[in-house]
Design a binder for this molecule. Structure first.
Ligand code: GLY
Ligand code: MN
Ligand code: MN
Length: 437
C-alpha cells in the first residue's frame, strides 16, 4: 500500500504533473568515514524509506505508475558491509511503489516519466548535482520536440504542498512528538539531578544524551547546548567543553529525535542547586514571558502576536529589576530589549527542529490552527561587561523553552516532564538522582 501522506500529496498535485524527490546521500566525514546518515525529511515524510541514494517520482496522471521509486539494488557483496536494502522488489512490496528501478537507471528512465507533462514539482537549490540531472533530463526531452514530445514548461516548488502538510501534524505525528518531548524532558531532569560544580559541560551533555538513547531515541534532533556561566549567554554554544563553577547558571538546550521527530527543550538551573537573587530575578522575567505566551496559544491567535507579547513581558520585567528605564512602549519602540533578548520567541517544530511551513501568508503573519506545533522560548542573556548592568547580573543566560501543540480550544504542552518553577528545580536538585541506567 502507498504511504498515507504520499497518497495525500498525489491528490493535491496539479493536473498533468510529476513530482520528484531525491533522498539524502551519505556525506563523507573524513577519509573513508561518513557522518551518521539522516534521511532528507520531505523524502522520509512521504515515502517512509530510510535509505540513501533513492529518488521518488510521483506521477498522478500515469495510467499505472503513479508512484515510482529508484533505489539501490540488493547486492550481497555491498549488503555485507552496510546492511540489508529494500531493493527494487522491496520498494514495491514493502514501500508501496507501483514500479521500481535500480538508481543506476535514473538517467535512462526519468525522461519517460517527464515527457508530455506540463508541470514539474522539484525543489531547486537543495542539491546542485541533482538539479543538474533534472536540467539535463528536461534538455533531453526538449530535443525530441519534432517527434511530438514536449518537456514540462512550469516548475513548482513542492514545498507549497508538502511543507503545508508537515505544518499540520496528525495523531501519529503527535504521538511521535509526545514521545520525543517526554524523552527530552527525562534527559533534562537527569542533567539537573546529576549536576555538581566542578563537572564539565560535556559530562552533562553525556548524561542528557545517554538518557535519550537509553529511552529509545535515535539520538539528538540538533547538537546539544550545555553552557555554564558566560557560555549560557552564547545562543548556539555547543562545544560544551568548559568546567562548571559554583555560582554558575547552566543552560541546557537539548532535544531527542524519535521517529525522526525532534523535541526541543531548554532549561536553565543553578549549578549548585540554589539560584542567586540576581539569577532568580532574571529567571522570573523569562519564566513569566514563557507562561504568559503559553496562556495565549489557541486557534486564531497570530503567531507574531505571541512574540510581541513576549517582548512586552520581558521588557516590563527588565524595567522592574532596573535593567531598562522608561516605559514599556518606548523601550519596545526603540528595541531596547534586543540587547538582552535577541531572538524570536518560537519556531515551528516537527521532523526538523526548525520545522518547515511559512510564517507569513502574503503580508500577514500566520494564525494558529489545531495540529500546529511550535516552541515557546523567551530568553535573556547578559554577558560579563554588559554596559549599564550591575555586576551581579553578569554571565547569566536564561532561556526556558517548551513545546506546544495547538488544540481545538488552546494548547497541549508536551514538555511538562521537566520542571521550570525555580522552587521545583531547587527541590528536585536536592533529591538523590533517579537511576538512569
Ligand atoms: N535548539 C534550537 C532552538 O531552540 O531553536
Ligand atoms: Mn532549543
Ligand atoms: Mn527552539
Amino acid at each position: 500500500m502507498k504511504p498515507f501522506r504520499l497518497t495525500e500529496f498525489l491528490g493535491k498535485m496539479e493536473p498533468n504533473s510529476v513530482a520528484i524527490f531525491p533522498s539524502a546521500h551519505e556525506v563523507r566525514r573524513n577519509q573513508d568515514t561518513d557522518f551518521e546518515f539522516r534521511q532528507e525529511t520531505d523524502f522520509y515524510y512521504l515515502t517512509r524509506l530510510n535509505e540513501p541514494d533513492c529518488v521518488a517520482v510521483l506521477a498522478p496522471n500515469h495510467p499505472e505508475h503513479k508512484y515510482v521509486l529508484f533505489v539501490r539494488p540488493r547486492k550481497r557483496e555491498e549488503e555485507i558491509w552496510t546492511g540489508i536494502r529494500a531493493g527494487v522488489e522491496g520498494a514495491i512490496r514493502d514501500f508501496g511503489a507501483d514500479a521500481a528501478y535500480d538508481i543506476a537507471e535514473l538517467d535512462r528512465i526519468l525522461p519517460k516519466y517527464l515527457q508530455n507533462v506540463h508541470t514539474l514539482y522539484h525543489r531547486f537549490g537543495q542539491n546542485a548535482e541533482f538539479d543538474q540531472k533534472v536540467f539535463g533530463t528536461i534538455k533531453h526531452i526538449r530535443g525530441k520536440v519534432r517527434g511530438g514530445v514536449y518537456a514540462p514548461t512550469t516548475i513548482i516548488d513542492p514545498i507549497t504542498i508538502v511543507h503545508e502538510m508537515r505544518l499540520r501534524k496528525n495523531e501519529d505525528d503527535l504521538n511521535s512528538l509526545r514521545r520525543a518531548a517526554a524523552i527530552s524532558a527525562e534527559g533534562h531532569v537527569a542533567a539537573m539531578q546529576h549536576c555538581k560544580p566542578g563537572m564539565y559541560e560535556y559530562e552533562l551533555e553525556a548524561v542528557v544524551e545517554y538518557v535519550f538513547r537509553k529511552r529509545g531515541a535515535a539520538g539528538v534532533g540538533y547538537p546539544s547546548i550545555v553552557g555554564a556561566g558566560f557560555n549560557s549567554t552564547i545562543l548556539h554554544y555547543n562545544t560544551n567543553q568548559c568546567q562548571i563553577s559554583d555560582g554558575d547558571v547552566v543552560l541546557i538546550d537539548a532535544g531527542a529525535e524519535y521517529n525522526l521527530f525532534s523535541g526541543d527543550i531548554t532549561r536553565t538551573f543553578p549549578a549548585n542547586g540554589k539560584f542567586t537573587k540576581a539569577q532568580q530575578a532574571i529567571y522570573e522575567v523569562v519564566l513569566n514571558a514563557n507562561k504568559e505566551v503559553i496562556k495565549m496559544v489557541k486557534p486564531g491567535e497570530s503567531f507574531m502576536k505571541l512574540h510581541e507579547h513576549s517582548i512586552d513581558v520581558v521588557t516590563q520585567g527588565l524595567i522592574d529589576i532596573g535593567l531598562l528605564t522608561g516605559s514599556v512602549k518606548d523601550n519596545v519602540a526603540a528595541k531596547a530589549y534586543e540587547k538582552f533578548f535577541m531572538h524570536k520567541t518560537g519556531h515551528w517544530l516537527g521532523m526538523d527542529v526548525h520545522d518547515v511551513g511559512r510564517y507569513k501568508l502574503d503580508d500577514d503573519w500566520r494564525t494558529l490552527e489545531p495540529g500546529m506545533v511550535f516552541t515557546v522560548e523567551p530568553g535573556v542573556y547578559i554577558a560579563a561587561g554588559a554596559e549599564h548592568v550591575p555586576e551581579e547580573f553578569f554571565n547569566i543566560g536564561v532561556r526556558i523553552e517548551d513545546d506546544v501543540v495547538v488544540t481545538e480550544t488552546g494548547c497541549e504542552v508536551l514538555t511538562t516532564g521537566v520542571p521550570k518553577e525555580p522552587q521545583e528545580i531547587e527541590a528536585m536538585m536536592k533529591e538523590s538522582p533517579k537511576a538512569i541506567i
